[in-house]
Ligand binder design. Structure first.
Ligand code: NDP
Length: 476
Protein backbone atom coordinates (compact mmCIF):
# COMPACT_ATOMS: atom_id res chain seq x y z
CA UNK A 1 0.00 0.00 0.00
CA UNK A 2 1.22 3.47 -0.92
CA UNK A 3 0.34 6.84 0.56
CA UNK A 4 -1.35 9.61 -1.45
CA UNK A 5 0.44 12.26 0.55
CA UNK A 6 3.25 12.48 3.08
CA UNK A 7 3.93 14.95 5.85
CA UNK A 8 7.41 15.61 7.21
CA UNK A 9 7.63 17.74 10.32
CA UNK A 10 5.14 16.50 12.86
CA UNK A 11 5.04 19.23 15.50
CA UNK A 12 1.60 20.69 16.23
CA UNK A 13 0.85 21.95 12.72
CA UNK A 14 2.20 18.98 10.76
CA UNK A 15 0.57 16.48 13.06
CA UNK A 16 -2.83 18.10 12.69
CA UNK A 17 -2.54 18.44 8.91
CA UNK A 18 -1.59 14.75 8.69
CA UNK A 19 -4.59 13.79 10.83
CA UNK A 20 -6.84 15.99 8.70
CA UNK A 21 -5.70 14.19 5.51
CA UNK A 22 -6.20 10.81 7.19
CA UNK A 23 -9.65 11.72 8.49
CA UNK A 24 -10.57 12.49 4.88
CA UNK A 25 -9.69 8.95 3.88
CA UNK A 26 -6.23 9.53 2.45
CA UNK A 27 -3.35 7.26 3.33
CA UNK A 28 -0.69 9.49 4.88
CA UNK A 29 3.03 8.80 5.07
CA UNK A 30 4.65 10.27 8.17
CA UNK A 31 8.17 11.48 8.84
CA UNK A 32 9.90 13.68 11.37
CA UNK A 33 13.57 14.44 11.97
CA UNK A 34 13.33 12.66 15.30
CA UNK A 35 11.21 9.51 15.21
CA UNK A 36 9.62 10.20 18.60
CA UNK A 37 6.96 12.53 17.19
CA UNK A 38 6.06 10.08 14.42
CA UNK A 39 5.65 7.26 16.90
CA UNK A 40 3.59 9.42 19.21
CA UNK A 41 1.22 10.43 16.41
CA UNK A 42 0.56 6.83 15.40
CA UNK A 43 0.10 5.73 18.99
CA UNK A 44 -2.32 8.52 19.85
CA UNK A 45 -4.21 9.00 16.61
CA UNK A 46 -3.50 5.90 14.53
CA UNK A 47 -7.16 4.91 14.80
CA UNK A 48 -8.23 8.04 12.89
CA UNK A 49 -7.05 6.75 9.50
CA UNK A 50 -4.29 4.99 7.63
CA UNK A 51 -0.78 6.19 8.44
CA UNK A 52 2.50 4.85 7.07
CA UNK A 53 5.15 5.89 9.61
CA UNK A 54 8.71 6.06 8.34
CA UNK A 55 11.92 6.13 10.32
CA UNK A 56 14.04 7.42 7.46
CA UNK A 57 13.61 9.84 4.58
CA UNK A 58 14.25 6.95 2.16
CA UNK A 59 11.53 4.80 3.69
CA UNK A 60 9.15 7.78 3.65
CA UNK A 61 9.79 8.53 -0.03
CA UNK A 62 9.43 4.87 -0.96
CA UNK A 63 6.00 4.72 0.70
CA UNK A 64 4.51 7.47 -1.51
CA UNK A 65 2.60 6.95 -4.75
CA UNK A 66 3.73 8.98 -7.74
CA UNK A 67 3.80 11.84 -8.35
CA UNK A 68 4.99 12.02 -4.78
CA UNK A 69 3.42 14.76 -2.68
CA UNK A 70 5.57 15.70 0.29
CA UNK A 71 4.25 18.33 2.68
CA UNK A 72 7.00 20.02 4.68
CA UNK A 73 5.79 21.47 7.99
CA UNK A 74 8.94 22.47 9.83
CA UNK A 75 10.29 25.64 11.39
CA UNK A 76 10.55 28.28 8.64
CA UNK A 77 14.06 29.31 7.55
CA UNK A 78 17.19 27.13 7.52
CA UNK A 79 15.23 24.08 8.74
CA UNK A 80 13.15 24.19 5.56
CA UNK A 81 16.29 24.34 3.41
CA UNK A 82 17.76 21.42 5.36
CA UNK A 83 14.65 19.34 4.74
CA UNK A 84 14.57 20.25 1.04
CA UNK A 85 18.24 19.30 0.71
CA UNK A 86 17.50 15.98 2.35
CA UNK A 87 14.51 15.10 0.19
CA UNK A 88 15.26 16.60 -3.23
CA UNK A 89 17.91 13.97 -4.12
CA UNK A 90 15.46 11.19 -3.27
CA UNK A 91 12.66 12.49 -5.49
CA UNK A 92 12.03 12.02 -9.21
CA UNK A 93 10.87 14.29 -11.98
CA UNK A 94 7.32 15.54 -11.46
CA UNK A 95 7.33 14.91 -7.70
CA UNK A 96 6.19 17.71 -5.44
CA UNK A 97 7.59 19.34 -2.34
CA UNK A 98 4.97 21.47 -0.60
CA UNK A 99 6.26 23.93 1.97
CA UNK A 100 3.28 24.62 4.21
CA UNK A 101 5.29 26.56 6.82
CA UNK A 102 5.41 30.33 7.14
CA UNK A 103 8.22 30.92 4.65
CA UNK A 104 9.14 34.34 3.32
CA UNK A 105 7.95 34.57 -0.27
CA UNK A 106 11.42 35.51 -1.49
CA UNK A 107 12.77 32.23 -0.07
CA UNK A 108 9.95 30.40 -1.80
CA UNK A 109 10.84 32.04 -5.12
CA UNK A 110 14.47 31.01 -4.68
CA UNK A 111 13.59 27.44 -3.72
CA UNK A 112 11.07 27.06 -6.52
CA UNK A 113 13.59 28.17 -9.13
CA UNK A 114 16.29 25.83 -7.78
CA UNK A 115 13.99 22.81 -7.69
CA UNK A 116 12.47 23.53 -11.08
CA UNK A 117 15.97 23.15 -12.51
CA UNK A 118 15.94 19.62 -11.08
CA UNK A 119 12.52 18.79 -12.58
CA UNK A 120 10.76 18.97 -9.22
CA UNK A 121 7.66 20.98 -8.39
CA UNK A 122 7.99 23.21 -5.39
CA UNK A 123 4.76 24.60 -3.96
CA UNK A 124 4.91 27.28 -1.29
CA UNK A 125 1.55 26.99 0.41
CA UNK A 126 0.28 29.47 2.98
CA UNK A 127 -1.76 27.74 5.66
CA UNK A 128 -3.79 29.79 8.11
CA UNK A 129 -5.96 28.87 11.05
CA UNK A 130 -3.45 27.76 13.67
CA UNK A 131 -3.47 24.25 15.04
CA UNK A 132 -7.27 24.01 15.21
CA UNK A 133 -7.54 25.09 11.59
CA UNK A 134 -4.92 22.55 10.52
CA UNK A 135 -7.00 19.81 12.07
CA UNK A 136 -10.53 20.90 11.22
CA UNK A 137 -10.04 22.84 7.99
CA UNK A 138 -7.58 25.66 7.35
CA UNK A 139 -7.58 28.30 4.65
CA UNK A 140 -4.90 27.17 2.19
CA UNK A 141 -3.05 29.44 -0.22
CA UNK A 142 -0.89 27.31 -2.51
CA UNK A 143 1.48 28.90 -5.00
CA UNK A 144 3.94 27.11 -7.27
CA UNK A 145 3.51 25.80 -10.80
CA UNK A 146 -0.07 25.73 -12.03
CA UNK A 147 0.26 22.16 -13.32
CA UNK A 148 1.14 20.93 -9.83
CA UNK A 149 -2.29 22.02 -8.67
CA UNK A 150 -3.94 19.35 -10.82
CA UNK A 151 -2.43 16.56 -8.72
CA UNK A 152 -2.30 18.46 -5.45
CA UNK A 153 -5.35 20.73 -5.45
CA UNK A 154 -8.00 18.07 -4.88
CA UNK A 155 -6.21 16.81 -1.75
CA UNK A 156 -5.77 20.29 -0.34
CA UNK A 157 -9.35 21.23 -1.18
CA UNK A 158 -10.48 18.11 0.63
CA UNK A 159 -8.95 19.17 3.95
CA UNK A 160 -9.59 22.93 3.64
CA UNK A 161 -12.39 24.79 5.39
CA UNK A 162 -15.61 25.04 3.35
CA UNK A 163 -18.11 27.85 2.88
CA UNK A 164 -21.39 26.66 1.33
CA UNK A 165 -19.52 23.56 0.21
CA UNK A 166 -16.80 25.57 -1.54
CA UNK A 167 -13.25 24.98 -0.34
CA UNK A 168 -11.14 27.78 1.14
CA UNK A 169 -8.28 26.82 -1.15
CA UNK A 170 -7.34 27.95 -4.63
CA UNK A 171 -4.18 28.05 -6.73
CA UNK A 172 -3.00 31.57 -5.94
CA UNK A 173 -0.34 31.97 -8.62
CA UNK A 174 3.19 30.85 -9.55
CA UNK A 175 6.26 30.52 -7.30
CA UNK A 176 5.98 32.70 -4.17
CA UNK A 177 2.41 33.96 -4.74
CA UNK A 178 0.89 31.70 -2.08
CA UNK A 179 3.31 32.66 0.64
CA UNK A 180 3.02 36.32 -0.34
CA UNK A 181 -0.75 36.24 0.05
CA UNK A 182 -0.44 34.40 3.37
CA UNK A 183 1.98 37.10 4.52
CA UNK A 184 -0.47 39.89 3.62
CA UNK A 185 -3.24 37.92 5.34
CA UNK A 186 -1.14 38.08 8.50
CA UNK A 187 -0.45 41.79 7.98
CA UNK A 188 -4.18 42.44 7.73
CA UNK A 189 -4.63 40.31 10.85
CA UNK A 190 -2.23 42.64 12.71
CA UNK A 191 -4.28 45.66 11.61
CA UNK A 192 -7.57 44.03 12.56
CA UNK A 193 -6.23 43.20 16.02
CA UNK A 194 -4.86 46.69 16.59
CA UNK A 195 -8.14 48.33 15.58
CA UNK A 196 -10.10 46.05 17.88
CA UNK A 197 -7.67 46.88 20.69
CA UNK A 198 -8.18 50.61 20.10
CA UNK A 199 -11.96 50.17 20.16
CA UNK A 200 -11.68 48.35 23.49
CA UNK A 201 -9.38 51.03 24.92
CA UNK A 202 -11.76 53.86 24.04
CA UNK A 203 -14.79 52.01 25.37
CA UNK A 204 -12.93 51.33 28.58
CA UNK A 205 -11.22 54.67 29.14
CA UNK A 206 -13.72 57.11 27.69
CA UNK A 207 -16.86 55.02 28.07
CA UNK A 208 -15.90 53.76 31.52
CA UNK A 209 -17.08 50.24 30.66
CA UNK A 210 -15.66 47.18 32.39
CA UNK A 211 -13.99 44.43 30.37
CA UNK A 212 -17.04 42.22 30.96
CA UNK A 213 -19.35 44.94 29.61
CA UNK A 214 -17.10 45.44 26.59
CA UNK A 215 -17.21 41.68 26.02
CA UNK A 216 -20.96 42.10 25.74
CA UNK A 217 -20.55 44.93 23.24
CA UNK A 218 -18.23 42.81 21.09
CA UNK A 219 -20.61 39.87 21.27
CA UNK A 220 -23.32 42.19 20.04
CA UNK A 221 -21.12 43.59 17.25
CA UNK A 222 -20.30 40.05 16.24
CA UNK A 223 -23.94 39.66 15.19
CA UNK A 224 -23.63 42.58 12.77
CA UNK A 225 -21.40 43.64 9.92
CA UNK A 226 -18.26 43.30 12.07
CA UNK A 227 -19.02 39.62 12.61
CA UNK A 228 -15.70 37.75 12.51
CA UNK A 229 -13.53 35.28 14.34
CA UNK A 230 -11.34 38.03 15.81
CA UNK A 231 -14.33 39.96 17.21
CA UNK A 232 -15.71 36.72 18.62
CA UNK A 233 -12.50 35.74 20.41
CA UNK A 234 -12.04 39.31 21.67
CA UNK A 235 -15.29 38.92 23.59
CA UNK A 236 -14.02 35.63 25.01
CA UNK A 237 -10.71 37.16 26.12
CA UNK A 238 -12.47 40.14 27.72
CA UNK A 239 -14.86 37.86 29.58
CA UNK A 240 -12.02 35.87 31.07
CA UNK A 241 -11.36 36.35 34.79
CA UNK A 242 -8.01 35.47 36.33
CA UNK A 243 -8.59 32.61 38.75
CA UNK A 244 -5.73 33.57 41.07
CA UNK A 245 -6.65 37.21 41.61
CA UNK A 246 -10.27 37.49 40.52
CA UNK A 247 -9.27 40.37 38.25
CA UNK A 248 -10.16 40.65 34.59
CA UNK A 249 -7.65 38.57 32.66
CA UNK A 250 -6.79 41.54 30.44
CA UNK A 251 -5.59 43.43 33.52
CA UNK A 252 -3.12 40.81 34.66
CA UNK A 253 -1.39 40.50 31.26
CA UNK A 254 1.76 42.55 30.64
CA UNK A 255 0.88 45.17 28.01
CA UNK A 256 3.68 44.40 25.57
CA UNK A 257 2.54 42.82 22.29
CA UNK A 258 4.94 40.35 20.75
CA UNK A 259 5.32 39.35 17.12
CA UNK A 260 6.78 36.55 15.10
CA UNK A 261 7.54 38.69 12.06
CA UNK A 262 4.95 38.25 9.31
CA UNK A 263 3.49 41.72 9.96
CA UNK A 264 6.95 43.21 9.67
CA UNK A 265 7.54 41.27 6.44
CA UNK A 266 4.30 42.66 5.03
CA UNK A 267 5.39 46.22 5.70
CA UNK A 268 8.91 45.61 4.38
CA UNK A 269 7.50 44.16 1.16
CA UNK A 270 5.03 47.03 0.89
CA UNK A 271 7.85 49.56 1.19
CA UNK A 272 9.70 47.82 -1.63
CA UNK A 273 6.58 47.84 -3.78
CA UNK A 274 5.75 51.43 -2.86
CA UNK A 275 2.30 50.52 -1.55
CA UNK A 276 1.13 52.62 1.42
CA UNK A 277 -0.11 49.97 3.84
CA UNK A 278 -0.26 52.56 6.61
CA UNK A 279 -2.85 50.64 8.65
CA UNK A 280 -0.73 47.51 8.75
CA UNK A 281 2.42 49.53 9.44
CA UNK A 282 0.76 51.37 12.33
CA UNK A 283 -0.23 48.06 13.86
CA UNK A 284 3.28 46.65 13.59
CA UNK A 285 4.72 49.85 15.06
CA UNK A 286 2.09 49.93 17.81
CA UNK A 287 3.33 46.50 18.93
CA UNK A 288 6.90 47.79 18.82
CA UNK A 289 5.96 50.87 20.87
CA UNK A 290 4.23 48.67 23.44
CA UNK A 291 7.39 46.58 23.72
CA UNK A 292 9.68 49.63 24.00
CA UNK A 293 10.25 49.33 27.72
CA UNK A 294 13.15 51.81 28.07
CA UNK A 295 11.30 54.53 26.17
CA UNK A 296 8.02 53.94 27.98
CA UNK A 297 9.74 53.92 31.35
CA UNK A 298 11.67 57.08 30.56
CA UNK A 299 8.49 58.82 29.42
CA UNK A 300 6.62 57.82 32.56
CA UNK A 301 9.54 58.82 34.77
CA UNK A 302 9.80 62.20 33.05
CA UNK A 303 6.05 62.65 33.48
CA UNK A 304 5.31 63.50 29.83
CA UNK A 305 2.14 65.54 30.28
CA UNK A 306 -1.22 64.85 28.70
CA UNK A 307 -4.85 65.86 29.05
CA UNK A 308 -7.26 64.30 31.51
CA UNK A 309 -9.63 61.63 30.32
CA UNK A 310 -12.96 63.37 30.78
CA UNK A 311 -15.13 60.56 29.52
CA UNK A 312 -16.91 63.04 27.27
CA UNK A 313 -17.74 62.30 23.69
CA UNK A 314 -19.82 64.36 21.29
CA UNK A 315 -22.04 61.48 20.28
CA UNK A 316 -23.01 57.93 21.14
CA UNK A 317 -19.57 56.52 21.93
CA UNK A 318 -20.48 52.90 21.44
CA UNK A 319 -22.13 53.46 18.07
CA UNK A 320 -19.36 55.81 16.96
CA UNK A 321 -16.59 53.38 17.87
CA UNK A 322 -18.35 50.65 15.90
CA UNK A 323 -18.40 52.95 12.87
CA UNK A 324 -14.75 53.97 13.33
CA UNK A 325 -13.75 50.33 13.66
CA UNK A 326 -15.60 49.29 10.54
CA UNK A 327 -14.32 52.19 8.43
CA UNK A 328 -10.72 51.71 9.59
CA UNK A 329 -10.99 47.99 8.92
CA UNK A 330 -12.11 48.72 5.36
CA UNK A 331 -9.04 50.93 4.89
CA UNK A 332 -6.69 48.20 6.18
CA UNK A 333 -8.19 45.61 3.83
CA UNK A 334 -8.15 48.04 0.92
CA UNK A 335 -4.44 48.57 1.53
CA UNK A 336 -3.69 44.86 1.90
CA UNK A 337 -5.51 44.01 -1.32
CA UNK A 338 -3.71 46.83 -3.10
CA UNK A 339 -0.44 45.27 -1.96
CA UNK A 340 -1.48 41.88 -3.35
CA UNK A 341 -2.39 43.48 -6.66
CA UNK A 342 0.89 45.39 -6.81
CA UNK A 343 2.94 42.26 -6.15
CA UNK A 344 0.89 40.30 -8.65
CA UNK A 345 1.80 42.86 -11.29
CA UNK A 346 5.45 43.09 -10.23
CA UNK A 347 6.01 39.33 -10.28
CA UNK A 348 3.54 38.40 -13.03
CA UNK A 349 1.47 36.25 -10.68
CA UNK A 350 -1.95 37.10 -12.14
CA UNK A 351 -3.65 36.78 -8.75
CA UNK A 352 -7.44 37.03 -8.67
CA UNK A 353 -8.09 39.27 -5.63
CA UNK A 354 -11.73 38.16 -5.39
CA UNK A 355 -10.58 34.55 -5.06
CA UNK A 356 -8.34 35.55 -2.14
CA UNK A 357 -11.29 37.14 -0.35
CA UNK A 358 -13.25 33.98 -1.07
CA UNK A 359 -10.72 31.61 0.50
CA UNK A 360 -10.36 33.82 3.57
CA UNK A 361 -14.05 33.54 4.42
CA UNK A 362 -13.38 30.59 6.70
CA UNK A 363 -10.54 28.58 8.18
CA UNK A 364 -8.17 31.51 8.66
CA UNK A 365 -7.73 34.03 11.46
CA UNK A 366 -9.29 36.98 9.60
CA UNK A 367 -12.34 34.99 8.56
CA UNK A 368 -15.35 37.26 8.42
CA UNK A 369 -18.69 37.88 6.74
CA UNK A 370 -17.22 41.09 5.42
CA UNK A 371 -14.99 39.18 2.98
CA UNK A 372 -18.05 38.30 0.91
CA UNK A 373 -18.38 41.98 0.01
CA UNK A 374 -14.72 42.15 -0.98
CA UNK A 375 -15.20 39.12 -3.19
CA UNK A 376 -18.25 40.72 -4.80
CA UNK A 377 -16.39 43.98 -5.34
CA UNK A 378 -13.56 42.26 -7.23
CA UNK A 379 -15.95 39.98 -9.09
CA UNK A 380 -17.66 43.11 -10.41
CA UNK A 381 -14.37 44.79 -11.24
CA UNK A 382 -11.15 42.72 -11.00
CA UNK A 383 -9.01 45.82 -11.61
CA UNK A 384 -10.68 47.98 -8.97
CA UNK A 385 -8.00 50.57 -8.04
CA UNK A 386 -9.09 50.57 -4.39
CA UNK A 387 -11.86 48.83 -2.48
CA UNK A 388 -12.92 52.22 -1.15
CA UNK A 389 -14.56 53.11 -4.46
CA UNK A 390 -16.68 49.96 -4.63
CA UNK A 391 -20.25 51.03 -3.91
CA UNK A 392 -20.70 48.88 -0.78
CA UNK A 393 -17.50 50.16 0.82
CA UNK A 394 -18.03 53.72 -0.36
CA UNK A 395 -21.46 53.74 1.27
CA UNK A 396 -20.09 52.16 4.44
CA UNK A 397 -17.25 54.64 4.79
CA UNK A 398 -19.29 57.69 3.91
CA UNK A 399 -21.94 56.58 6.40
CA UNK A 400 -19.24 56.14 9.04
CA UNK A 401 -17.16 59.21 8.52
CA UNK A 402 -18.80 61.65 10.94
CA UNK A 403 -18.59 59.10 13.73
CA UNK A 404 -15.05 58.15 12.68
CA UNK A 405 -13.96 61.79 12.96
CA UNK A 406 -15.63 62.20 16.35
CA UNK A 407 -13.78 59.16 17.65
CA UNK A 408 -10.43 60.43 16.36
CA UNK A 409 -11.11 63.82 18.00
CA UNK A 410 -12.07 62.25 21.33
CA UNK A 411 -8.96 60.09 21.30
CA UNK A 412 -6.69 63.03 20.49
CA UNK A 413 -8.33 65.40 22.97
CA UNK A 414 -8.19 62.95 25.84
CA UNK A 415 -4.73 61.66 25.05
CA UNK A 416 -5.67 58.10 24.19
CA UNK A 417 -3.48 56.65 21.44
CA UNK A 418 -5.53 55.47 18.48
CA UNK A 419 -2.93 55.20 15.71
CA UNK A 420 -4.98 52.71 13.71
CA UNK A 421 -8.15 54.80 13.66
CA UNK A 422 -6.43 58.10 13.01
CA UNK A 423 -4.03 56.87 10.37
CA UNK A 424 -6.85 55.11 8.51
CA UNK A 425 -8.79 58.38 8.56
CA UNK A 426 -5.77 60.30 7.30
CA UNK A 427 -5.39 57.77 4.49
CA UNK A 428 -9.04 58.19 3.55
CA UNK A 429 -8.73 61.98 3.56
CA UNK A 430 -5.52 61.81 1.54
CA UNK A 431 -7.15 59.69 -1.15
CA UNK A 432 -10.13 61.98 -1.51
CA UNK A 433 -8.18 65.27 -1.40
CA UNK A 434 -8.31 67.29 -4.59
CA UNK A 435 -4.93 68.87 -3.79
CA UNK A 436 -2.29 67.44 -1.49
CA UNK A 437 0.63 69.37 0.03
CA UNK A 438 2.86 67.03 -1.96
CA UNK A 439 3.17 69.99 -4.34
CA UNK A 440 5.15 71.81 -1.65
CA UNK A 441 7.37 68.77 -1.15
CA UNK A 442 8.12 68.81 -4.87
CA UNK A 443 9.12 72.47 -4.49
CA UNK A 444 11.43 71.66 -1.59
CA UNK A 445 13.01 68.82 -3.55
CA UNK A 446 13.58 71.04 -6.52
CA UNK A 447 15.08 73.73 -4.25
CA UNK A 448 17.70 71.62 -2.48
CA UNK A 449 18.34 68.92 -5.04
CA UNK A 450 17.21 70.21 -8.44
CA UNK A 451 14.95 67.16 -8.56
CA UNK A 452 12.53 68.95 -10.95
CA UNK A 453 8.75 69.04 -10.87
CA UNK A 454 5.82 68.79 -13.23
CA UNK A 455 3.37 71.63 -13.79
CA UNK A 456 -0.40 71.43 -13.65
CA UNK A 457 -0.79 73.51 -16.80
CA UNK A 458 1.71 72.06 -19.28
CA UNK A 459 3.60 68.83 -19.85
CA UNK A 460 7.32 68.35 -19.21
CA UNK A 461 9.81 68.50 -16.35
CA UNK A 462 10.76 71.85 -14.88
CA UNK A 463 13.43 73.24 -12.61
CA UNK A 464 13.43 76.67 -11.02
CA UNK A 465 16.73 78.56 -10.78
CA UNK A 466 16.11 79.28 -7.11
CA UNK A 467 19.19 81.46 -6.51
CA UNK A 468 18.79 83.56 -9.65
CA UNK A 469 17.12 86.91 -9.69
CA UNK A 470 13.50 86.68 -10.75
CA UNK A 471 13.79 82.93 -10.30
CA UNK A 472 12.96 81.85 -13.84
CA UNK A 473 11.96 78.30 -14.47
CA UNK A 474 13.65 76.24 -17.14
CA UNK A 475 12.80 73.03 -18.94
CA UNK A 476 14.74 70.32 -17.18
P1 NDP B 1 7.71 24.51 14.73
O1 NDP B 1 7.78 25.74 13.93
O2 NDP B 1 7.86 24.59 16.20
O3 NDP B 1 8.79 23.46 14.15
C1 NDP B 1 9.00 22.22 14.74
C2 NDP B 1 9.20 21.16 13.69
O4 NDP B 1 10.30 21.49 12.84
C3 NDP B 1 9.54 19.81 14.30
O5 NDP B 1 8.93 18.82 13.54
C4 NDP B 1 11.05 19.78 14.18
O6 NDP B 1 11.60 18.47 14.19
C5 NDP B 1 11.23 20.41 12.83
N1 NDP B 1 12.58 20.90 12.60
C6 NDP B 1 13.16 21.97 13.18
N2 NDP B 1 14.41 22.12 12.69
C7 NDP B 1 14.61 21.13 11.80
C8 NDP B 1 15.68 20.77 10.94
N3 NDP B 1 16.81 21.46 10.93
N4 NDP B 1 15.53 19.69 10.15
C9 NDP B 1 14.39 18.99 10.14
N5 NDP B 1 13.34 19.29 10.91
C10 NDP B 1 13.44 20.36 11.72
O7 NDP B 1 6.34 23.73 14.41
P2 NDP B 1 4.85 24.24 14.20
O8 NDP B 1 4.05 23.01 13.99
O9 NDP B 1 4.42 25.22 15.22
O10 NDP B 1 4.91 25.07 12.82
C11 NDP B 1 5.35 24.46 11.62
C12 NDP B 1 5.33 25.50 10.52
O11 NDP B 1 4.02 26.00 10.37
C13 NDP B 1 6.20 26.74 10.81
O12 NDP B 1 6.79 27.16 9.60
C14 NDP B 1 5.21 27.76 11.30
O13 NDP B 1 5.65 29.07 11.06
C15 NDP B 1 4.00 27.40 10.46
N6 NDP B 1 2.71 27.79 10.99
C16 NDP B 1 2.43 27.66 12.31
C17 NDP B 1 1.21 28.03 12.82
C18 NDP B 1 0.92 27.83 14.26
O14 NDP B 1 -0.18 28.25 14.67
N7 NDP B 1 1.80 27.23 15.03
C19 NDP B 1 0.16 28.58 11.96
C20 NDP B 1 0.50 28.62 10.58
C21 NDP B 1 1.73 28.25 10.14
P3 NDP B 1 12.03 17.77 15.60
O15 NDP B 1 10.76 17.21 16.15
O16 NDP B 1 12.98 16.72 15.20
O17 NDP B 1 12.61 18.84 16.45
Amino acid sequence: QKAQIGVTGLAVMGRNLARNFARHGHTVALHNRSYGRTKELVEEFGHEGTFLPAESAEQFVASLERPRRVVIMVKAGPATDAVIDEFAPLLEEGDMLIDAGNAHYADTRRREAALKAKGLHFVGAGVSGGEEGALHGPSIMPGGPKESYEALGPLLEDIAAKVDGEPCCVHVGPDGAGHFVKMVHNGIEYADMQLIAEAYDLLRQVGGHSPAEIAGIFTNWNEGRLGSYLIEITAEVLKQVDAATGKPFVDIVVDRAEQKGTGRWTVQAALDLGVPVSGIAESVFARAISGGVPERTAATDAGLPGPAVTGQHAGDLRADVEQALFASKIVAYAQGFQQIQAASKEYGWDIDPGAMAKIWRDGCIIRAKFLDFIKQAYDKNPTLPTLLVDQYFLDAVSGAQDAWRRVAVTAAQQGIPAPGFSSALAYYDSLRASRLPAALIQGQRDFFGAHTYQRVDKPGSFHTLWAAEGRPEVDA
